[in-house]
Design a protein around this ligand. Structure first.
Ligand code: GLU
Length: 474
């Protein structure tokens, strides 16, 4: 293997659903690897057996697959590497770089209270650091890492710049719990070293773990990777992500009808820019994306921008592809899409006008299914007594129409309008409400063409009866 090869990783814990923040971290790490012809690895940090769930794991796997963030090599599951961690803990003990600590909870609490009362940061006082005491039968001590007492740790972070931490700030962290299980900072170092990770890209909430991890790397004689700590994503109000904004599972964006390329484009642009370019294909991102040009400040979500990008990618997509997505959504809504119109034709028209596939499905149901009621405001405004005659005449003209295609339909509606001396819109809008149930649809001739003659005529009859009742009701 080329020793200069870039190897990055994404290391999610399956304790919560993968959300936009996590995906952005994965994307940045993936882009870096792809750009440098390197490898992108996936490691599932599932040592916390109680909080890790299979559902969360599935969201990670499906979400990354949906977005096309393919990983190289096999997935590494931390829960399957217990022996490796035990061996490293043993090695650190043998090297004298770790030690057993027998402090009781009461002792630790007392240390804490004492430190706090002196206005200091609570830290372990190193009681067992130099005693070399070994456990006897029945004892279950934790293992602590012997953090260097002096000197400093320097992190040359691609985004945060040079970060210097004095070792005096760091105490001897626990690397193995009383039950022998390894802790996060130990497993990350073991795995990053074992997997040959050259570049760690992760959220800046991990920045305070990094000096501890670097010290463990050094103690084990491993080369440390390069670090990039990316700033958090905030909600549109600049607050921590909530379920409503961004903290929802990434798969919910698929449910809501977003396209993966729109989401990737959007996330890449969150906190990163390239001139004033907004639209980036994945290949362009691979060629242009640069970690060192990611903003240091947290980036706030902008749902309008995501919708705008999605609209762009919908327009840009082939009708066949969108038809498949539309079908999935309509079937999910209980709509039978086996009959006409051809879904591909519906998708071809609708993808020019909507922001998401969900919106597309909602606005396409009427092609396949009778609507229960007219949308009240539209009916009130457009299915008025004055529309009765135009609709009647339109129905008569459409009944006799032999070629049911858009130009002929346009001409027919236009003729009726001219004969009545009214504007095209005065008839098109009532027609639209009559056949779709709402005031929003593609151009009326296209709508009628897709809907077909039989449905158009029966819906016009329904609307005429409805207006008639309205007149009678006064
Ligand atoms: N498992 C950690 C998390 O989900 C990430 C650890 C890392 O990237 O080093 O936050």
């Amino acid at each position: 293997m080329n020793s200069n090869k870039v190897v990055t990783r994404f290391a999610p814990s399956p304790t919560g659903f993968l959300h936009l923040g996590g995906i952005r971290t994965a994307l940045f790490s993936w882009l870096y690897a792809r750009r440098h012809d390197g490898e992108f690895l996936l490691r599932i940090e599932d040592t916390d057996r109680e909080r890790s769930t299979d559902a969360a794991l599935q969201v990670i796997l499906k979400g990354m697959n949906w977005l096309g963030l393919a990983h190289d090599r096999d997935i590494v599951y931390q829960s399957r590497r217990t022996q490796l961690y035990q061996d490293v803990i043993q090695r650190l003990l043998e090297l004298g770089r770790a030690y057993y600590c027998f402090c009781s909870k009461e002792e630790l609490d007392a240390m804490r209270t004492q430190a706090l009362s002196k206005g200091e940061k609570p830290r372990y006082n190193g009681k067992y650091r130099d005693l070399g005491r070994q456990p006897v039968a029945g004892e279950t001590p934790v293992v602590r890492f012997k953090n260097p007492l002096d000197g400093e740790v320097v992190i040359n972070d691609s985004i945060q710049g040079r970060v210097v931490i004095s070792n005096r700030e760091l105490d001897d962290l626990i690397i193995a719990r009383a039950d022998g299980s390894p802790t996060y900072n130990l497993t990350v170092v073991v795995d990053d070293a074992d997997m040959g990770i050259t570049h760690v890209v992760r959220g800046d909430d991990h920045l305070n773990n990094t000096p501890r991890q670097i010290n463990i790397f050094n103690a084990l004689g491993f080369a440390t990777p390069n670090y990039t700590h990316i700033p958090l994503i905030l909600d549109p109000q600049g607050k921590k992500l909530s379920k409503r904004h961004g903290a929802a599972s990434v798969l919910e964006y698929r449910e809501q009808g977003y396209l993966p390329e729109a989401l990737l484009n959007y996330l890449a642009r969150l906190g990163w820019s390239h001139g004033d370019q907004e639209i980036f294909s994945v290949d362009e991102l691979i060629a242009l994306f640069d970690l060192s040009r990611v903003n240091k400040a947290a980036a706030a979500l902008n749902p309008d921008k995501l919708a705008w990008l999605n609209q762009h990618y919908l327009r840009d997509s082939k009708a066949e592809r969108i038809a498949c997505l539309l079908k999935e959504k309509l079937v999910g809504l209980g709509v039978d899409v086996s009959g006409p119109p051809d879904l591909k034709e519906v998708a071809r028209i609708q993808k020019e006008r909507v922001k998401t596939v969900v919106e597309m499905a909602e606005q396409s149901r009427f092609f396949y299914q009778e609507f229960a009621e007219y949308e009240p405001t539209s009916a009130k405004k457009h299915l008025r007594p004055v529309a009765l005659e135009p609709l009647r005449q339109a129905r008569a003209a459409l009944t006799g129409l032999e070629t049911w295609e858009r130009e002929a339909l346009h001409r027919t509606v236009d003729n009726v309008a001219q004969q009545l001396g009214i504007k095209f819109g005065k008839i098109a809008q009532p027609l639209r409400v009559a056949v779709t149930g709402t005031a929003v649809s593609p151009a009326i001739d296209v709508t009628l063409e897709l809907l077909g003659q039989a449905r158009t005529l029966s819906r016009l009859a329904r609307a005429l009866a409805w207006i008639q009742r309205r007149i009678e009701a006064g």
